[in-house]
Design a protein around this ligand. Structure first.
Ligand code: FMN
Length: 257
């Protein structure tokens, strides 16, 4: 099983996104998968010019082919069995790097070649070798509000339906501001379960080609050491406590500098 992760954090290999990809891949590698990470922040990725040459004068080819790194990554994606799209939330959406990268898929299909997707949606031709790969979405954000990652998650669900790409795992890690300290696992004991679930998710990808729902639930659980935090965080007094705690964490960080 070949698994390729596309890490779209602008912090590249130093970010939380990469750290969670590594935890996933530790399990997948132990179960025999061949895992690789592409770090978009290290690559040259030109934005789509919407020049439409890929649709008219040279169908299926982009004016940037051989002038930047995107085509080589698409080729790598075509060789993989499963993709992992890892992105932080930036202002309520996927990272700009990932969107710029994915926009380049436009050149991989002819937009007059209309068809129905497996979900019954009208769409144009696509390069199935790249666009229809089974994939895992891994969305990472600082906030604990469910509203924060909603757009990024919705994007991947829509992508799956238009591109005929099986969405074989939906990972979400919120509250990343809580993960910075050395004793994070002591402060947030549920992190131990979260990390174990990532390794388990990797094993399941390697052996079953998908992440089981129970594993996903474990991986995506709230880490605040408060019973029913997922429900309680909707209430204003709890939100005020979260704000106070986060401010206090910020002050502690400054005091430690
Ligand atoms: C430009 C920018 C915008 C951000 N916007 C949000 C946001 O809307 N909501 C949120 O929860 N976190 C936001 N964050 C925080 C990141 O999502 C969070 O720190 C994440 O863990 C970063 O992942 P990384 O360490 O892999 O880069 C933003 C960070 C940056 C740099």
């Amino acid at each position: 099983m070949r698994i390729l992760a596309v890490n779209a954090s602008h912090r590249g290999d130093k970010g939380h996104t990469r750290a969670f990809i590594d935890r996933l891949f530790a399990g997948a590698t132990a179960a025999g998968a061949d895992c690789q990470v592409v770090t978009l922040a290290r690559l040259k990725i030109n934005r789509c010019l919407a020049c439409a040459k890929c649709q008219t004068t040279h169908p299926g080819r982009c004016v940037w082919d051989d002038k930047d790194d995107v085509r080589a990554v698409f080729d790598q994606m075509a060789q993989a069995d499963i993709l992992v799209y890892g992105t932080p939330v930036y202002i309520f959406a996927m990272s700009g790097l990932l969107k710029t990268f994915l926009d380049r898929l436009y050149a991989r299909g002819v937009n007059t070649d209309m068809r129905l997707s497996n979900s019954g949606l009208v769409f144009h031709g696509i390069d199935r070798a790249v666009c229809s790969k089974p994939f895992v979405s891994l969305v990472v954000c600082a906030n604990v509000e469910n509203e924060t990652p909603r757009n990024a998650i919705a994007y991947f669900r829509t992508y799956a339906r238009f591109m005929d790409a099986p969405h074989v795992g939906e990972l979400l890690r919120n509250a990343t501001t809580m993960l910075g300290s050395d004793d994070a696992e002591h402060q947030f004991p549920r992190l131990v379960q979260v990390y174990a679930a990532y390794a388990q998710a990797g094993r399941e990808l390697a052996t079953e080609g998908r992440i089981r729902r129970a594993t996903q639930r474990q991986a995506n659980q709230e880490i605040a050491p408060v019973p029913f935090f997922g429900l309680l965080k909707r209430f204003r007094p709890v939100k005020q406590r979260i704000i106070a705690y986060t401010r206090q964490m910020g002050e502690t960080d400054v005091a430690n500098e």
